[in-house]
Design a binder for this molecule. Structure first.
Ligand code: B12
Ligand code: SF4
Length: 476
């Protein structure tokens, strides 16, 4: 295994980065638009550019076909084509990779899917996979290719040699995230994203990331690229990015995409101070953990523009939270949910059914919790064992779909032999829809009538649906 040298390339490396995702192929996206350009690609492009490469992005998100990609291959003749991969886009990535290779480019894949199933990408024709943080890995690859060197398993890259996958040594993570240039927004059609949001919500929304990694250890969570490291930008660097988004693109709503936002309280208060001082006049949303989101901080967050919080509630059973190594308490859920309601901040709950060890009693606890707090929004998915997680390892011998690859069908299908049949979990998802519909009648239907309907749904669940759908099956 050779370490990459720092060659002086004969010509400036020419790199074409591609987001293979097409929103029109994705029914979920058509229903709930949550479109943002890939921050991974925007950051990679900015980094390469700041190191002297020529870079272009083909973002297929709004495309009907792959013509933009074909044109870029023909006219621009990139030496390297870099694909951003998610499980949803596996097949498309492979077909784009084949076309790029036939146009003579070296193809490298990166992102969460390629990092998780590296061997398959390599077997299906990709020349190399960047299996972790991508900036320095891609820069080295581009420089080496531009200098005419054949691809080797340089640090951070996996390649196939003599039919075997060879992984180069891991590359140390970037230490200073402040050194990253601002994302290369100019290389994608920002206006297409912003006006899609504007039509839908009246706001011009953009995404930003202030940290990489997450130090927690939830057993079902896949963190293929940044792992459990945790690094964050300084509040000053974050403010510079917020300012740029506002000044250049008239952004007035920001989604903080960090795995967990505001892990360090002192960092968060400095950022809030800055946002107030600079009168950024933005609304924002973020993902939070109930153990970190202290109710006393909520008025501050609200004043700074916090409009919506995604909360990983997951289950109404403490036993399940413990089995998931979630590290949170139901009492924390209760106090955070109450405080969010008091402050008028929208809450979006993530809930999960079908995790190993869940009994009917545990299942019951979740709609009960949901009913008490009626979050404005929620998603309830059936637990997906993602390769590389402890959950996946624990059900490896019970997988239904070998490899359990469909990381996303909206969490409707059990991918392993769980305690109960899929249809029970699907019915439980319907129960949440009933609860949410009843919650929406608040103010229009008398409380007693609503409670009566809830009780009827419970009785139907207990006496009819559950016995029928479990077929008397005992949990494993
Ligand atoms: C923010 C976010 C979103 C946002 C925005 C997505 C976007 N367009 O950027 C929204 C809410 C829209 C979203 C939607 C979905 N998401 Co999402 N999302 C995330 C999250 C939290 C952060 C992504 C991010 O911005 N990272 C920051 C950038 C800098 O990192 P990065 O993209 O990984 O890129 C780095 C490396 O991977 C590598 N790299 C990436 N691409 C490439 C390409 C090359 C050539 C190279 C060399 C390197 C390289 O280098 C980059 C810089 O170091 C991640 C979790 C996570 N921590 O990554 C989940 C995550 C990516 N999402 C996930 C999923 C499943 C989804 C959905 C399918 C959910 C759903 N059921 O609808 C949809 C997909 C829709 C879509 N458009 O792709 C999964 C992906 C799992 C998988 N294997 O596919 C993740 C990993 C969460 C998880 N643990 O399950 N998501
Ligand atoms: S689920 Fe969230 S808090 Fe838990 S490990 Fe994953 S990113 Fe971290």
């Amino acid at each position: 295994m050779t370490e990459p040298t720092k060659p002086a390339p004969a010509e400036r490396p020419r790199v074409l980065l591609v987001d293979p995702y097409r929103a029109r192929d994705d029914p979920m996206e058509r229903k709930f638009i949550e479109l943002y350009p890939s921050l991974g690609l925007l950051t990679l492009a900015a980094f390469l550019r700041s190191h002297g490469c020529e870079v272009s992005i083909v973002d297929l998100t709004f495309s009907r076909d792959d013509r933009d990609f074909e044109r870029a291959l023909e006219r621009w003749r990139p030496q390297v084509v870099g694909l951003h991969t998610k499980t949803l886009t596996y097949r498309r990535s492979i077909s784009l990779a084949r076309r790029a290779k036939s146009a003579g480019a070296v193809v490298v894949a990166g992102g969460p899917d390629a990092a998780t199933r590296t061997d398959e990408y390599l077997a299906d024709g990709v020349d190399a996979v960047a299996y972790s943080e991508g900036e320095e890995v891609l820069l080295d690859l581009a420089r080496n290719v531009a200098s005419g060197r054949p691809v080797e398993p340089w640090s951070g890259l996996a390649v196939r040699k003599d039919g075997k996958v060879v992984r180069g040594p891991p590359r140390p993570f970037l230490k200073d995230l402040d050194s990253l240039p601002l994302p290369a927004w100019d290389l994608v059609d920002m206006e297409a994203y912003l006006s899609a949001w504007e039509r839908k919500t009246g706001e011009r929304r953009a995404a930003i990331l202030t940290s990489r990694g997450c130090p927690f250890h939830c057993s079902w969570c896949s963190k293929p690229t940044f792992g459990t490291t945790f690094r964050q930008q300084s509040p000053a660097r974050v403010l510079a990015e917020l300012r740029a988004l506002r000044d250049r693109y008239r952004v007035n709503y920001v989604r903080f995409c960090d795995d967990v936002f505001g892990i360090q309280r002192s960092w968060l208060t400095q950022l809030l101070d800055g946002m107030e001082r600079e009168r950024l006049d933005l609304h924002f949303e973020c993902l939070a953990r109930v153990d970190l989101l202290k109710p006393d901080l909520l008025p501050r967050l609200k004043a700074a523009g916090l409009a919506r919080v995604y909360v990983g509630v997951e289950s109404g059973s403490q036993r399940m939270l413990d089995l998931m190594s979630r590290g949170t308490r139901l009492s924390q859920v209760e106090s955070v949910a109450t405080a969010l309601r008091r402050e008028g901040i929208r809450q979006f709950w993530f809930l999960m059914l079908g995790y190993p060890g869940e009994t009917l009693e545990d299942i019951e606890a979740t709609p009960a919790l949901f009913r008490r707090f009626s979050p404005e929004e929620y998603s309830v998915s059936i637990a997906v064992p993602i390769p590389g997680t402890r959950f996946f390892d624990s059900v490896r011998d019970r997988l239904k779909d070998p490899g359990a690859r469909r990381a996303s069908d909206g969490g409707k299908t059990l991918l392993y032999e769980a305690a109960y049949p899929n249809r029970l979990y699907r019915w439980q998802q319907t129960r949440f829809r009933i609860e949410a519909a009843l919650a929406r009648t608040r103010g229009r239907l008398p409380d007693r009538a609503r409670e009566g309907l809830s009780r009827t749904a419970d009785r139907f669940n207990e006496k009819v649906a559950t016995p029928l759908l479990t077929g008397g099956k005992k949990p494993r």
